[in-house]
Design a protein around this ligand. Structure first.
Ligand SMILES: *[C@@H]1O[C@H](CO)[C@@H](O)[C@H](O)[C@H]1NC(C)=O
Ligand SMILES: *[C@@H]1O[C@H](CO)[C@@H](O)[C@H](O)[C@H]1NC(C)=O
Ligand SMILES: *[C@@H]1O[C@H](CO)[C@@H](O)[C@H](O)[C@H]1NC(C)=O
Ligand SMILES: *[C@@H]1O[C@H](CO)[C@@H](O)[C@H](O)[C@H]1NC(C)=O
Ligand SMILES: *[C@@H]1O[C@H](CO)[C@@H](O)[C@H](O)[C@H]1NC(C)=O
Ligand SMILES: *[C@@H]1O[C@H](CO)[C@@H](O)[C@H](O)[C@H]1NC(C)=O
Ligand SMILES: *[C@@H]1O[C@H](CO)[C@@H](O)[C@H](O)[C@H]1NC(C)=O
Ligand SMILES: *[C@@H]1O[C@H](CO)[C@@H](O)[C@H](O)[C@H]1NC(C)=O
Ligand SMILES: *[C@@H]1O[C@H](CO)[C@@H](O)[C@H](O)[C@H]1NC(C)=O
Ligand SMILES: *[C@@H]1O[C@H](CO)[C@@H](O)[C@H](O)[C@H]1NC(C)=O
Ligand SMILES: *[C@@H]1O[C@H](CO)[C@@H](O)[C@H](O)[C@H]1NC(C)=O
Length: 494
């Protein structure tokens, strides 16, 4: 299937072939990355003014695409100005950068309505104008609670996904990883003067490809005195970028496994389930809910790209997505009748289009449609879409428990059915599977961290876990006694 795809498609899919006016969009689901932030290695990672601007502009773009009265792809029946809470569902993990990004985005999507719309007259004749120019309040569900929390609760406890731990550890013992670790050591060592304020000698290697790149990338954006160094020139920065991309892709997706067995992509399997649930509810409720928005980590993008076979469409999908990137699933119909509450299209008349924007979506840089699942088509029928997603989507606790080989806590209820996986979880926790020359204990921690990073991308949580209050070597040294093993493992992935 994949080779067919590769043959059938040239480097870029048929971009922007979508402006067909007989199409009516009936719902969308967006997964969005946060905007610019400070470096992970100088915690806490803070959201920045630039980041706010990026996500806000993205919200403005999507407003002008889907919501505004004159929008080209106006969602059928969506409220244009004053948000209708039942039409929109927004979620974000418990993480400052992601929560802030979500709020910034929503202000672009549904901006303050101004004095006119925000003024009401009370019974006694007094006129009341809402504060902040009619700033609209839109609830953001934390992914571990709220509506449907029975099914979402486990998302927060994903650190316990034993099989994802094992799978992630495999990357660190793979030939790909070890070859790069060895062949790039001289390159990284050569950059020591630019990194030694933050990383110690043993941390300066491909092992920390992402956090090293992240530190330099943030400095290049924010630090006006940075750049005097000849060490980080365009060539070396490009090399750092390529290595960070390879590292993160390796953690997010294993190309030699099928999508179904790719347990290290667990976060995207969960996301896929949420997308199908949401859009299916849009259809079954005949359009009561219309817009789903979720903020999350870049690693989830990468895992999803892998699962959906997008790396076979364009090699760029193997790279870390830029700040404020978004992927959108557009549910539309081209049936000739005008959609209304009494005249809702049947499933057979509904299609899904996938779009991706690398970085902030704007009028000048619009999201591009790409074909999912090697279909070669940028729009596929709802049936093909759900069939493709169902190859890897996780839609309930039991499925998650089985795939993760978990039997404790919430998973105890399904333990007897998934007992076949007990051996695997046991070896995950004892760190038995070490083939990379690190002690089992170290492997266990790498696994735990990687699982956190890949599955959750929760900066806040990682801080709580400890070991990463890494600012300077001095503080590191002081903390060393309290920190179980070296903190040179991949850090969070938001
Ligand atoms: C982030 O903000 C906190 C205060 O809220 C500050 O102490 C910290 O230095 C900031 N971090 C960076 C990297 O700017
Ligand atoms: C009208 O009602 C509001 C809210 O109860 C109150 O704050 C305001 O003082 C009232 N105005 C007059 C003129 O009674
Ligand atoms: C991919 O998974 C296979 C086992 O299914 C494993 O042998 C291989 O090392 C993994 N590759 C990477 C890069 O993790
Ligand atoms: C900016 O870069 C310079 C030179 O590398 C460094 O001395 C300084 O501490 C950096 N500033 C911040 C805020 O990181
Ligand atoms: C770029 O930096 C690398 C080392 O970081 C150095 O080897 C190379 O010569 C530099 N290239 C230029 C054009 O300065
Ligand atoms: C480095 O890249 C930037 C843009 O990415 C460019 O403006 C600059 O001219 C480049 N510098 C060199 C020395 O090539
Ligand atoms: C959509 O929801 C309906 C009603 O809950 C259910 O019967 C159907 O199987 C769902 N379809 C998909 C593709 O999940
Ligand atoms: C997004 O842009 C980054 C560079 O900024 C690149 O590394 C990555 O491959 C791009 N991804 C896609 C899907 O275009
Ligand atoms: C983007 O284009 C839409 C029309 O398609 C327009 O309404 C909107 O103002 C434009 N946004 C910007 C920031 O130019
Ligand atoms: C509706 O759009 C889909 C996907 O682009 C296409 O396959 C189908 O032929 C279209 N149907 C009509 C009636 O235009
Ligand atoms: C580097 O830092 C880690 C903690 O992040 C520590 O475990 C390790 O011992 C340090 N290595 C050296 C050579 O100081």
């Amino acid at each position: 299937m994949l080779s067919l795809t590769t043959l059938a498609l040239t480097a870029l899919p048929i971009a922007l072939a979508q402006s067909s006016n007989d199409e009516q969009v009936i719902g969308v689901y967006m997964f969005h990355r946060h905007g610019d932030r400070t470096a992970k290695m100088t915690p806490p990672a803070n959201f920045t003014g630039l980041g706010y601007e990026e996500v806000h502009r993205s919200g403005q773009y999507y407003r002008s695409r889907y919501i505004a009265p004159d929008a080209d792809f106006r969602i059928n029946g969506v409220n244009p100005d004053i948000v209708k809470q039942t039409q929109i569902a927004v979620s974000s993990p418990e993480d400052v950068v992601l929560q802030d990004s979500t709020m910034g985005f929503l202000q672009g999507l549904y901006p303050p309505v101004g004095d006119d719309l925000a003024t009401t007259t009370l019974r006694n004749g007094t006129e009341i104008t809402a504060p902040l120019d009619g700033y609209q309040l839109i609830p953001v569900t934390q992914v571990d609670s709220g509506t449907d929390s029975e099914n979402n609760a486990w998302l927060q406890s994903a650190t316990g996904c034993g099989q994802a731990t094992i799978s992630s550890n495999q990357y660190f013992s793979s030939k790909e990883y070890n070859d790069l670790l060895a062949s790039t050591q001289d390159f990284y060592t050569g950059l020591t003067p630019a990194l030694e304020r933050t990383f110690n000698e043993s941390e300066i290697s491909y092992k920390n490809a992402y956090t090293i790149w992240d530190l330099i990338n943030v400095a290049q954006i924010h630090n006006s005195t940075y750049g005097g160094s000849d060490l980080i020139n365009n060539t070396s920065f490009e090399q750092l970028t390529g290595l960070a991309n390879a590292h993160e892709w390796g953690l997010a997706y294993n190309e030699s496994e099928s999508a179904t067995e790719n347990v290290r992509a667990i976060s995207a399997m969960v996301l896929a389930g949420e997308i199908v649930e949401f859009l299916n509810k849009t259809i079954t409720s005949e359009g009561k809910q219309k817009i789903g928005v979720q903020f999350g980590a870049y690693a989830t993008f990468a895992s999803f790209f892998g699962l959906a076979g997008l790396q076979n469409v364009n090699d760029d999908f193997r790279g870390v997505v830029d700040y404020a990137s978004s992927m959108t699933f557009e549910l539309f119909t081209n049936s000739s009748v005008t959609v209304s509450a009494d005249n809702y299209p049947s499933e057979d008349e509904i299609y899904v289009r996938f779009l991706f924007s690398n970085g902030t979506a704007t009028n000048e840089s619009e999201p591009t449609p790409y074909p999912l699942f090697g279909s070669g088509q940028t729009a596929i029928s709802w049936k093909e879409f759900t069939a493709g997603m169902d190859n890897f989507a996780i839609r309930d606790n039991e499925h998650w428990c089985t795939i993760c080989g978990e039997t404790d806590g919430t998973c105890a209820a399904y333990a007897s059915e998934s007992s076949g996986n007990d051996g695997a979880s046991a070896s995950a926790s004892s760190g038995e599977k070490s083939g990379n020359g690190l002690s089992p204990a170290v492997n266990g921690v790498i696994g735990a961290m990687v699982t956190l990073a890949v599955v959750l991308g929760l900066e806040a949580l990682i801080l709580v876990v400890g070991g990463f209050r890494v600012v300077s070597k001095k503080r590191l040294a002081a903390a060393a006694a309290a920190t179980p093993v070296n903190g040179g493992e991949p850090k969070s992935a938001a």
